[in-house]
Design a protein around this ligand. Structure first.
Ligand code: NAI
Ligand code: MG
Length: 497
């Protein structure tokens, strides 16, 4: 087991107590408290981090408000603003190894995956969004005003930033989720208070340093690590925050909506999923079988869009199940820093307990594991990639988001029934279709109630395409031009000439 060498900068970074970023300064929590973040491949403490709570959030919101209302930020031209955002992407790539290492140590994902996917996707998001800064155009029109006959008018719209934005992100793609939220917020000219997940604050704190280095003015980005129930809740409820953007569980998403009601701040939510992934017998099985496996096992199943309900048409069911089971068994489970690791540990003890409880529940309910089904007997939070069959539509493993490497499969007969079965979930984040029949693929793409439908692929997250959910998978869209809607206000200016 060759271990990827640790970047010395990373050792230095984790050795020191990590402060929070408020008003351009790195400061301890006002309470003086810190919390521990763990390496999930060992369960050992990785670093100590300042623990923000309500008081720190309040301070950060004040700093953001000042930066938004009075700082140089609002006076930059869109071109200048866009160039600063672009520079963040450049700095991410210049520090790719260091950031990938931090991500692996804190989250558990394989270093090679962090390096190939998380880091360049994060950079690209800033690059893509930077171009929008100069394209937030309004429109001009000539309105019709029937009760003022003979009058003349000039009317136009302006796209303006929303103001101070609170952002609360999860631990599954720590840096990338920060990029998804910060990129559009900054390109549109907002100021931000970002709370990373308590499980994985490190890469985001390093990003904070790079954001200052890029030249983003002090106070425009504030980063307050801490727990959800304290720091997160205070941010969602804060009366001087104009918008809150959240990614995480549907359960907490509902709490965010309640907390936001106090000042009716704008809310965008990217929540859970239980996405259907559908394989037809006419699919290219060389792609569909590993594709069906990795739709769930990528990022250890800790992916909101994971394709965790596998539908296979009856005549191909046994072959696809056998192929996916073989693929699952071939995955090397180990520490993220080991070069031959395909799948790392789950992020935390809590997730480990949650996922292993589902494995238990699945067995009790009568589902059968044809691959995996157990935790690994070793330190750290490792669970085998698992494929369950003999599933029924009312089983908890079929209905509930597990957020671990657990894939459940069912055969289907009838194409007409399929869309109904696939849509039979409170979620609507993603779906996958594997077939060589383009007509079938596009018909299903239309029928599936999901924010993203993949055809002959899965887990692709380009900055150009909007991402978000139907039903209880959320409100609004991230990425693509669509996200700009949720980070701007449109102002109508009406002039009588
Ligand atoms: P969570 O929803 O509790 O945490 C996500 C973020 O929200 C974290 O930053 C957390 O500190 C914050 N948070 C928690 N409670 C809050 C509150 N009352 N007010 C404001 N912010 C709060 O997710 P958790 O507990 O880490 O994982 C539980 C389950 O949630 C997972 O098993 C998975 O099913 C789902 N989940 C979904 C994600 C997605 O990408 N859609 C990401 C993470 C978790
Ligand atoms: Mg939670």
């Amino acid at each position: 087991m060759a271990i990827v060498e640790l970047d010395p900068l990373v050792r230095e970074f984790t050795a020191k107590e990590r402060p929070m970023l408020i008003g351009g300064e790195w400061v301890p929590a006002m309470s003086g408290n810190t919390f521990e973040t763990y390496d999930p491949s060992t369960g050992e403490v990785l670093a100590h981090v300042a623990e923000g709570d309500k008081a720190d959030i309040d301070r950060a919101v004040k700093a953001a408000r000042r930066a938004f209302d009075e700082g140089p930020w609002g006076k930059l031209t869109p071109s200048e603003r866009g160039r600063l955002v672009h520079r963040i992407g450049d700095l991410i790539m210049e520090h790719a190894d260091e950031l990938a290492t931090l991500e692996t140590l804190d989250n558990g994902k394989p270093f090679a995956v962090a390096k190939a996917a998380d880091i360049p996707l994060s950079a690209d998001l800033f690059w893509y969004m930077s171009g929008w800064a100069t394209k937030l155009d309004g429109r001009t029109t000539e309105p019709h005003v029937p009760y003022k006959p003979g009058s003349e008018w000039h009317a136009y719209t302006r796209r303006e930033p929303v103001g101070v934005v609170g952002q609360i992100i999860p631990w599954n793609f720590p840096l990338l989720m920060a990029a998804w939220k910060l990129g559009p917020a900054l390109s549109c000219g907002n100021a931000v208070v970002l709370k990373p997940a308590e499980q994985t604050p490190l890469s985001v704190l390093r990003l904070g340093e790079l954001i200052l280095e890029a030249g983003i003015p002090p106070g425009v980005v504030n980063i307050v690590p801490g727990y959800g129930e304290t720091a997160g809740a205070a941010l969602a409820a804060h009366p001087d925050v104009d918008k809150v953007a959240f990614t995480g569980s549907t359960e907490v998403g509902k709490l965010i909506v309640e907390a936001a009601a106090g000042n009716l701040k704008k809310v965008s939510l990217e929540l859970g999923g239980k996405s259907p992934n559908i394989v037809f017998p006419d699919a290219d099985m060389e792609k569909a079988i590993p594709g069906a496996a990795m739709a769930t096992f990528f990022n250890h199943g800790q992916c909101c869009i994971a394709g965790t309900r596998l539908f296979v048409q009856k005549s191909a069911f046994d072959d696809v199940v056998a192929g996916v089971a073989d693929h699952a068994k071939s995955l090397k489970v180990g520490p993220g820093m080991a070069e031959d690791t395909d799948m790392g540990p789950l992020v935390s003890k809590e997730q480990f307990e949650r996922v292993t409880a589902y494995l238990q529940k699945g067995a009790t309910e009568g589902a059968r594991a044809v691959a995996g089904g157990r935790a690994l007997e070793r330190p750290g939070y490792f669970v085998e990639p698992t494929l369950l069959v003999d599933t029924e539509p009312d089983m908890s493993i079929w209905r509930e988001e597990i957020f671990g490497p657990v894939l459940a499969a069912t055969p289907f007969d009838d194409l007409d029934e399929l869309a109904r079965q696939a849509n039979d979930t409170p979620y609507g984040l993603g779906a996958g279709v594997w077939t060589q029949d383009i007509s079938k693929a596009h018909k299903l793409a239309k029928l599936l109630k999901a924010g993203t439908v993949y055809v002959n692929t899965y887990n692709i997250f380009p900055a150009e395409m909007p991402f978000g959910g139907y039903k209880e998978s959320g409100w609004g869209r991230e990425m693509g031009p669509e996200v700009l809607e949720s980070y701007t206000e449109t102002k109508s200016v009406i002039c009588e000439l």
